[in-house]
Write a protein that binds this ligand. Structure first.
Ligand code: 5GP
Ligand code: MG
Length: 478
């Protein structure tokens, strides 16, 4: 059912109590476009009920002055969607929106449920008819079927049945609700703008609209915002098995955001410092792979006292499709996105810093480009440990078979990339770089310890997950 489902690392936003709520959500989505470029949607509540605009494409292309003006209302939620597989793109557009016995309800979800299949099957046996193949829809069915009279009780009851990663914003006719799963895999922040409350995956969304960041929604917390103001209740105990996604800090979030209560920029810079401490090497310049490698490269250059050179220039306007001349051009694809400044690297010993290596295919092309530009030596440095295991909690990683570090040692990776040396940051170094390194991070992609286990894990991942049982503090699902 969900086997071909994408693992979504999306972005969500919500507003309660502001005139032009949909415009504020639109701007927040704009700031979080990096969290998903496949599609976007906004749902607004007003006296007519709910109005929605949802489509595939970029935020700038989907929304315009007319459709935003038509979405009047003081509360709204929105979603930007990461890559999807296959055909069901439109059907699965978010926020999901329904009208049912209690009124209207819309949900926007960032993360990935690992037991959606089971719940889906059970609900269908009891007669539920699903409109989408998105895992998020199971929550709506659970709420609708709940025996609890009160909406919040029904929500609490339903959330306890979900396993996996979910940062949610929900919109009802008269409230905005923000929820983070008990492990807190994905970020979700709370802010204020004048008398209105806002919620967003990343605080860079608050900066754009001039909202003040108050705090994060806590793992296992439900924050309710309505006419009476803001209140909070828990559906899971506090501090029982947090598993914050460390990859948000390494790669996914924008560096100007505060992630899990700390500056992402600072974490990334410190990753670069740790990397330089662990991997001293004689060189002339430090070159980042933009954009994701820049902050770590700044830290690396600072620590190793080497000049920082923006020798790779990125074209920010590369679309999805392009027309290649029939006579093929060497490295055409990667050259569309990157070019190397010859004058910066010619005759130099170059340290290339990137945040992570996934398949290794892009990096290989980048290396070949730097080599052609005349670099004397190329040393690849990664500001994260080797990515060896797939993510089931929302990061868009390929299967184990395709992850280069899962099947190759350092020598083979260096050979594949055609570099003079390659080195990764250690796991200890990575944790030390986190300002809240007492924080309990999910590191499943690095060590295969999945903090929330689930049925069919082996089957789903093509039998490519470490056989051993979860050794780490196990989360008892409630
Ligand atoms: P590779 O050389 O392994 O093909 O690609 C490495 C690049 O992929 C790095 O620059 C890294 O920033 C980027 N990357 C890391 N994680 C992800 C992800 O989940 N999705 C995408 N699209 N890129 C990623
Ligand atoms: Mg990158």
């Amino acid at each position: 059912m969900f086997k071909d489902k994408p693992r979504e690392a999306c972005g969500v936003a919500g507003v309660y109590g502001a005139p032009e709520a949909s415009k504020l959500v639109y701007l927040m989505l704009y700031a979080m476009q990096h969290r998903g470029q496949e599609g976007a949607g906004i749902v607004v509540a007003n006296d007519r009920g709910f109005d929605a605009v949802r489509n595939t494409g970029l935020v700038a292309d989907i929304f315009n002055a007319d459709n935003l003006a038509a979405m009047a209302g003081v509360s709204a939620i929105g979603h930007v969607r990461y890559s999807t597989t296959g055909s069901s793109v439109e059907k699965n557009a978010q926020p999901i929106m329904v009208g049912y016995s209690r009124g209207n309800l819309a949900v926007a979800h960032n993360g990935n449920l690992v037991n959606a299949d089971e719940i889906h099957r059970e609900l269908e046996e009891y007669g539920s008819i699903f409109q989408t193949t998105a895992d998020t829809e199971v929550l709506i069915h659970l709420i609708a079927r709940s025996a609890e009279d009160d909406f919040l009780d029904a929500l609490t009851d339903s959330l306890k049945k979900l396993k996996g990663a979910y940062s949610l914003v929900l919109l009802t006719d008269d409230s905005l609700i923000a929820v983070r799963d008990p492990q807190g895999f994905r970020p979700l922040a709370l802010g204020k703008i004048k008398d209105a409350y806002v919620a967003a995956s990343e605080t860079c969304a608050f900066d754009l609209i001039g909202a003040e960041y108050i705090r994060d929604i806590e793992p296992g917390e439900i924050v309710i915002i309505d006419r009476k103001g803001m209140r909070s209740r828990r559906f899971a105990e506090k501090n029982t098995g947090e598993a914050l996604c460390i990859f948000e800090n390494i790669y996914f979030s924008r560096p100007d955001s505060w992630i899990f209560g700390h500056s992402c920029w600072e974490s990334r810079r410190r990753l670069g410092i740790m990397l330089a401490r662990e991997n001293k090497h004689a060189a002339d310049i430090v070159v980042p792979v933009p954009d994701s490698g820049v902050c770590a490269a700044i830290g690396f250059a600072e620590e190793s006292r080497l000049p920082f050179a923006m020798a790779l220039i990125r074209n920010h306007y590369v679309g999805r499709t392009f027309i290649e001349p029939s006579q093929s051009i060497r490295d055409f694809g990667v050259r569309l996105k990157f070019n190397c400044v010859r004058e910066a690297v010619k005759g130099k010993r170059v340290i290339v810093v990137d945040d992570s290596l996934v398949r290794g295919t892009t990096s290989r092309k980048i290396v070949s480009m730097i080599r052609q530009a005349g670099a004397r030596e190329i040393h690849m440095r990664l500001s994260s440990p080797p990515v060896k295991y797939p993510c089931f909690y929302g990061m868009d990683f390929p299967t184990r078979r395709e992850l280069i570090a899962a099947n190759h040692d350092l020598g083979q990776i260096a050979e594949f990339l055609q570099v003079d040396s390659v080195a990764y940051l250690s796991r200890e170094g990575m944790l030390k770089a986190m300002p809240n390194h007492e924080g309990n991070f999910c590191q499943a992609c690095f060590n295969g310890d999945y903090p929330v286990d689930f049925k069919n894990r082996q089957e789903i991942s093509g039998r490519d997950v470490k056989e051993k049982q979860v050794s780490r503090k196990r989360i008892t699902q409630i």
